[in-house]
Design a protein around this ligand. Structure first.
Ligand SMILES: *Cc1c(COP(=O)(O)O)cnc(C)c1O
Length: 396
């Protein structure tokens, strides 16, 4: 019922970009709602008018409130949230804070994000940690049985991606959390593509750390990301960098690290973007994450079904539960040329390449895929128009 009640017209009126483009690149960067844009511009103008520090003083409550909003979105506490300039930096701050010893094992998913995997490789080189990839089950998602079998006393971390950058797959984050809890192993979840499009609750998932980005499904400004760290493990993590926001210089030879998650932040920050992120989160909460999720999944099913019916088009999404990211290839057409053809018609998609998810792409013998990522402000009419455009490309 929720789908029919969703006020798409209002969502589109709030989204200036809808007038210009058919935007199926929400997994790249969503179109911002006008409310977010206004908040960012307003703060930049204030900085120009009265000074950057003075504007920050005036906006102190608004900035503090951003942490409350993010905490509410993911079922966390305010002091468990840190804000960063990207999800990758947020993830790095948590990952590089784990004191790995030689022989410590990191278990990760086939669909792991490239930047995360590079950090694993880096840590394997620097600290002698061992990377092990949890195989997928018959649905193409992380196998819980295989994960259980891989756990031993040297397992230091389970670090997996909830929704990969290159497909509709939704990994079983809660089931992974059960295993992590039973084994007493740290659990770091990359929620970049899931937060904002589906309910993500850290207490249900039981992850110790979670990262998200602002510009994707949350519809915030670029250059924003966040980190959640469970309060109970905060003190056990040693931030890779400290400055005089993350710590206080208490005496000539003494400093104290902040007790909250902001120990992972740096002093300097883009206040306007941070405020915009908070407004974007509040905006998402005003729609309700459950109703966003039911509309996104309903639209993605429609798009997937229409594409699957076309000759020469292969839908590439894995997993028993799928989300708003729809990936496909067209026989004898390079994904990059498909993207260009669509762009000429005012239709935005991305191409997902080997570099983002090498393990998964190699396993499936794919070099790249077209990624059409849907959000709740997209419409059935746009899906039809998009599929007609694909039809023209197929027969060209
Ligand atoms: C986009 C993405 C990231 C990186 O987010 P940034 O904010 O660009 O650092 C990490 N993981 C996944 C799965 C992503 O899709």
């Amino acid at each position: 019922m929720r789908n029919t009640e969703f006020d798409v017209e209002r969502a589109r009126l709030d989204t200036p970009g809808c007038k210009n483009v058919l935007h199926f690149n929400n997994a790249g960067a969503s179109l911002m709602p006008r409310q977010v844009l206004a908040a960012v511009i307003e703060h930049l103008e204030l900085e120009a008018e009265i000074g950057g520090y003075e504007a920050a003083d005036q906006a102190r409550n608004a900035v503090d409130h951003v942490y409350d909003s993010i905490a509410r979105l993911i079922g966390a506490q305010t002091d468990e949230i840190a804000i960063a300039e990207s999800a990758t930096r947020a993830w790095d701050m948590a990952f590089y804070a784990i004191p790995f010893a030689p022989g410590d094992r990191i278990l990760t998913s086939v669909a792991e994000y490239g930047s995360n995997y590079i950090a694993f490789l880096h840590t394997a080189l620097r600290r002698g940690a061992i990377i092990e990839v949890i195989p997928n089950d018959e649905h193409g998602q992380t196998s819980i049985e295989a994960l259980r079998g891989l756990i031993d006393e040297r397992t230091r971390l389970i670090a997996v991606t909830h929704v990969p950058t290159n497909g509709g797959l939704v990994n079983p984050a809660e089931e992974i959390g059960e295993v992590a809890e039973d084994a007493g192993v740290l659990y770091l979840l990359d929620g970049c593509q899931s937060v904002g499009q589906m309910p993500v609750d850290v207490s249900r998932i039981k992850c110790d750390m979670l990262t998200g980005t602002g510009r994707k499904y949350i519809r915030g400004p670029r250059g924003t990301g966040f980190l959640y760290v469970r309060r109970a493990i905060l003190e056990t993590l040693d931030p890779p960098f400290l400055d005089n926001h993350a710590a206080t210089w208490a005496a000539r030879d003494c400093f104290h690290i902040r007790p909250d998650a902001r120990r992972f932040e740096s002093w300097e920050t883009n206040c306007a973007a941070k405020i915009g992120l908070g407004i974007a989160v509040e905006y998402a909460l005003s729609w309700g994450v459950e109703s966003i999720w039911s509309r996104v999944s309903m639209l993605a099913v429609l798009l997937r079904e229409q594409l699957a019916e076309m000759a020469d088009v292969t839908v590439r999404d894995l997993g028993s539960k799928k989300c708003g990211i729809v990936t496909f290839t067209i026989d004898a057409h390079e994904p990059s040329t498909t993207k260009e053809s669509l762009s000429e018609k005012g239709m935005n998609v991305s191409v997902s390449t080997m570099n983002s998810t090498r393990l998964d792409m190699e396993d499936r013998g794919l070099k790249s895929v077209v990624r059409a990522s849907i959000h709740y402000y997209n419409t059935k009419e746009e899906i039809n128009r998009f599929c007609n455009a694909i039809d023209v490309i197929v027969s060209s």
